[in-house]
Design a protein around this ligand. Structure first.
Ligand code: MG
Length: 310
């Protein structure tokens, strides 16, 4: 059984949702009504050996665990408010250092820690649950429509490039390393996008190539991505080149960028671009069936095969 199969089987065990649940499991956050308000809830866990290695400081792991949860609230167009933080560490001093990072991220993103639990564990583990509040109807993965344009915030591939620098002990790329260790969730963009009524949104955690499939599947539309349009910075290009890798591949499949992928009519995206400080780049369109990647006018059949040194 793989992870997806296990999640599918877990879903079958879910009881019927009470009427307050307006978006069940399956999007970046679930959404539920409390009085007149719509609240958002999500959880994300980081585990040593799987999500980070010894190059990550405990403080950094705590910070990132909060940041990636904030990103899921941003992807619904909500405002993050509260977290619950649990974790395991080999010794109490490490747990304390993790919480120093958690507290710093809470200050940075305006969230308040309501509680949690700690235990002794061989592998450092941090599990964060987040609550946010919607200031406009939550933006789902399922709303993309024919005629929409697909756009991404910020840049892609920098986090994956930073990870390559960390894993390879490559010096000289502090900006990329920081991109990997301290993601910047796009809360203000998400809020603005929801208020403008964009059709669909997701945060890019697994990589654009993977996350665009969620939009396609949930919306029942095809997506066409032009890999030549992906926003890639010069340092990402230069690090990729020094390793004989293709920067566009890092941008398409690298993951952990925590940028937003947004589907909306072009005029709404133009208005959004004018109202935010982060760059917004068109990377594709809602089109025909399935998900198609193209580069230089050719269809790229298999993204992992497309990387010269996968
Ligand atoms: Mg997400």
């Amino acid at each position: 059984m793989n992870e997806f199969e296990a999640i599918r089987r877990m879903r079958e065990l879910l009881p019927d949702a009470p009427p307050e649940v307006v978006v069940p499991i399956g999007d970046d956050c679930a959404a539920f009504r409390v009085g007149d308000e719509t609240w958002l809830a999500a959880a994300d866990m980081l585990v040593e050996g799987r999500h980070f290695r010894k190059w990550a400081s405990p403080e950094g792991v705590g910070y990132k665990a909060v940041a990636v949860n904030v990103s899921d609230v941003a992807a619904m167009g909500g405002r993050p408010r509260f977290v619950l933080v649990s974790g395991g560490a080999p010794e109490p001093e490490t747990a304390l250092r993790v919480f120093e990072g958690v507290a710093e991220a809470c200050r940075e993103f305006g969230v308040y820690p309501l509680g949690g639990d700690t235990t002794r564990a061989d592998a450092l583990t941090v599990d964060v649950s987040i609550l946010g509040v919607a200031e406009a109807p939550p933006v789902l993965r399922s709303g993309a429509k024919a005629g929409d344009v697909l756009a991404v915030t910020g840049e892609l591939g920098a986090s994956a490039a930073g990870l390559l620098a960390l894993e390879g002990g490559i010096e000289g790329y502090p900006r990329l390393v920081k991109k990997h260790l301290r993601p910047e969730p796009r809360v203000e963009v998400g809020l603005a996008a929801a208020k403008l009524g964009v059709h669909a949104m997701i945060d890019i955690s697994d990589g654009l190539a993977s996350d665009v499939r969620h939009i396609s599947e949930k919306s029942g539309v095809g997506c066409e991505i032009n890999l030549d349009l992906l926003p890639v910075s010069e340092d990402t290009e230069s690090l990729a080149k020094s390793l004989g890798r293709d920067a566009s591949f890092l941008a398409a499949a690298g993951g952990e960028d925590y940028e937003l992928l947004i589907s909306a009519p072009g005029d709404i995206l133009d208005e959004l671009a004018r109202s935010i400080e982060v760059p917004l780049t068109t990377v594709g369109w809602i089109a025909g069936g399935g998900v198609v990647f193209e580069s230089g006018g050719d269809v790229v059949e298999n993204l992992s095969g497309w990387d010269h040194f996968p």
